[in-house]
Design a protein around this ligand. Structure first.
Ligand code: ZN
Ligand code: ZN
Length: 309
């Protein structure tokens, strides 16, 4: 099933002897909707925010990602047999670090840069984009490899930001072409069942078929998958979890800390704000990351746009 879709009438997804419906395990992305929502939410969150200019910039990036979704898509998709083999082996079918990346993703990168309004960019960022456009195909592929394997050189972080944004678009489009029924949740559960990446954040749903269920949202391909609440998404521990938030705020964003592994993951509550977007709200709640990391917990995984931003 796709994010935002209602299940077909009459489809029973619950336990055979319980009255409670089981959450849909995997929600594939609708790429256009995902980036449009993130752009709109970032623009709204930017108003009066201490980091207003930066959030407006990220809203413009998400808007360019949304526009890049419209460009022709010539990706070779994984065939159903390859997907089945990967799933049977417990592996993600479009693994971020293993999938034979189609060079067409670089067309997506060009489309993203073409659609980004550079008028408002500081000169340094504009010249970074100009340098990236001139980079050789091999050099751009090497940068994508470095990003996907988590080893970008300090000198390349500016260019890697745009590579990361383009890969988010390409992987969301690839994931959208999969069949959710052919996929399985991975073990470890904290990793994306499509591409094997870590999530950006989790959302506790207030709407849909299973209010109260937690979904993790992939930082690369935007797939959402169900993950049991009150279980650490990094180590699976449940004994020392605590929810921490910023006193006096609206309670939309919490950090779930785990003392067993020393990490935290962010969680957003739809009941507190039905308009939230896990990607936008993650970027706009950096103060919570600062508070929790100063208290000694490490984020379960970096946000790809912050890692290099
Ligand atoms: Zn993914
Ligand atoms: Zn843990």
């Amino acid at each position: 099933m796709r994010q935002g879709e209602a299940p077909p009438k009459g489809a029973w997804t619950g336990a055979p002897f319980g009255g409670v419906k089981a959450p849909e395990p995997i929600l594939l992305p609708d790429p256009a909707g995902r980036f449009a929502r993130t752009a709109a939410r970032l623009a709204r969150l930017a108003e009066g925010h201490p980091m207003e200019g930066w959030l407006e910039f990220l809203a413009a990036v998400a808007g360019a990602q949304r526009a890049a979704v419209e460009t022709p898509f010539s990706f070779a998709r994984p065939d159903a047999g390859d997907v089945r083999l990967a799933v049977e082996a417990g592996l993600p079918p479009i693994a971020a670090d293993g999938w034979r990346r189609d060079p067409a993703w670089r067309d997506g990168l060009r489309a993203l840069l073409d659609r980004f309004d550079q008028a408002a960019l500081p000169a340094a960022a504009a010249s970074e984009i100009a340098r990236l456009r001139k980079r050789s195909a091999a050099g751009t592929e090497a940068l994508a490899d470095a990003f996907l394997r988590g080893g970008v050189d300090a000198a390349d972080t500016g260019a890697a930001f745009w590579v990361a944004a383009a890969l988010q678009v390409s992987f969301a489009r690839l994931a959208a072409g999969l069949d959710a029924n052919s996929l399985r949740l991975l073990d470890p559960r904290g990793l994306c069942p499509c591409c094997g990446s870590t999530p950006s954040a989790g959302v506790v749903r207030a709407s849909g078929q299973t209010p109260g269920a937690r979904y993790l949202h992939c930082s690369l391909c935007s797939t959402a998958w169900n993950h049991t609440r009150a279980v650490c998404i990094t180590c699976g521990g449940a004994r020392t979890l605590a929810l921490r938030g910023i006193d006096g705020d609206a309670g939309v964003a919490k950090a779930e800390t785990c003392d067993e592994c020393g990490t935290y993951a962010k969680l957003f509550y739809e009941a507190k704000d039905p308009g939230l977007d896990p990607y936008a709200d993650d970027l706009a709640s950096l103060a919570l990351d600062v508070m929790v990391s100063e208290a000694g917990w490490a984020r379960h995984a970096p946000n790809p746009l912050l890692l290099v931003g």
